[in-house]
Design a protein around this ligand. Sequence first.
Ligand SMILES: *[C@@H]1O[C@H](CO)[C@@H](O)[C@H](O)[C@H]1NC(C)=O
Length: 589
Amino acid sequence: MSDSSLRKRRKDDSPPSSNKRTSESFKPKSSQNPNLLNMILIAIALAALLVYKAPETFNKLYNLVNPPPQWKSTPRGFVADFSADVEKRNAVVEAFKHAWLAYERDAMGDDEYHPIKHKGSNLTSAGGIGYTVVDSIDTMIIMGLDEEYKRAKHWIEHKLSFDRDANFNTFETTIRVLGGLLSAYQLTNDEMFLDRAKELGDRILPVFDTPSGLPLSMVNLGKRTGVSDVDNRGFVSTAEASTLQLEFKYLALLTDEEAYWEKAEKVMKVIKDGHLNTGLASIFMNPEDGRFVLSAIRLGSRGDSYYEYLLKQYIQTDQAESVYRDMYDDAMNGVHAHLIQKSPRTRMTYTSELIPERTPTGEISWRLTPKQDHLVCFFGGSLMLGAVTTGAVTQPVSIPPQPSELTDQGKRDWTAGRELVETCMKTHDTATGLSPEIVHFRIPTDGIDDAVAPGDCRLTTYNVEISNRPGAPPPYDARYILRPETVESLFLAFRLTGDPRYREYGWSIFQAIEKHCRIASGGYASVLNVDSVPVTHEDKMETFLMSETLKYLYLLFDDVNTLPLSKYVFNTEAHPFPIFHPTIRTGFS
Ligand SMILES: *[C@@H]1O[C@H](CO)[C@@H](O)[C@H](O)[C@H]1NC(C)=O
């Protein structure tokens, strides 16, 4: 399996080395009116009494009239309309059919699809594991595509085999295939899906049999053995180890087999025991001793869904497992303290990476790098979801939440989340309207020639530097590979605010995909350089186009009562699972 086929893994990963302030100043107006003066004195006395008797209430009231400086409320002046935008929703369904029917015509059952060559391919020579079919089937169910669903289901029932003597990525197989089977089961109650899910779960389970309990990166599905990743010295990426829990815990709930739960949960204990004093996690861990390996810290590849699943594990079990809330809150404090930045000129919110370096004396220093993967664009919506969950004073909050309904941390995360969504939209301001895999932000010390990125950069209104330009920092990656992360955030942002701007944003991205990625004979292809038209295609339709990008776009335009966030949590591959109350108690704290 080529590295480029991995969703959250990237070629540029070098193997690891072992181990606002818009505060308006408050100007009291002096008053000459004695009545008013009396009233003010009485008010002050009452306020003092309130502070003394009920400090909590006072704080709430105080925040209401005088919100902390980091709070920026959602702009007013829009009318929230939560009903379906039928025309746009139907356009997304048409796109899905354009993708699926071409795949079905040319490559039915193959793991991956190349729409320009009209061919499929498998991840390994041992044969396919239903990567595309299983990943896409719940989107068909949600979109009401009954005929397509029946044919896909028939294939899963009669043709799908996991008896493949070859190595598959543990994480990708879990989120796409196990996740797809579980959500198909939950949406249809068809036992066949659960049987297949259980079979796959049993084949994957041996990966957890390591000294530490951390999973190995690869699994031989035919031999039912875990396999360590020689390319990365046997280390497992933190995001991959910590993005199996939603799937295995839901499988445990459905089958009453606690082993699935315990093995997935153990990973979280090992991570917590790794003593992340900043709340941030390096991107590699050692399955032998369960320790973090000295490696980068980032919200992009190999780090991303660690933070996503801390929050989502807390949500999945109906906010009953406080340990995940604590871990999430710590992590968000670390993210704000170390990774979230503002661009110097236009004050855009973005996230940096921390790269460890050894000084000549052998000490470790961390270098802040203003590089943001497209993958990080999940984080805007995730911060907003976290703000109304762990950052809420009471639940449910209003849509959009009022300042009084959120804690200071909730307000901080809500604001940063909204700003990050805006930044991600700005990365779409390219010749195609698509955003690149990686964006570099200008910083004063970046040494980039202003002729290459003049002022705020060539895309003149802001500091985004697309990394393919000569003189721009490496790595070279201006592709758009049909990724979902920005539309995922738009979906969450729309559900949590009702602000029509998010539907407009989603529509503009959808139109850019239609214009530049759609292949006339069927299917969609990646684009090699988002800032060059006409585009050059890369002949690959990633499975997450049908499982995530088009699903989130559909849900963005559908009625909000479809898969409401109060009842569902989406795995990192956009497969919806139900929120449930756990019968198993958390085994660590
Ligand atoms: C993928 O694997 C399946 C199952 O073994 C096989 O039928 C199909 O021909 C393979 N596809 C390609 C392109 O090799």
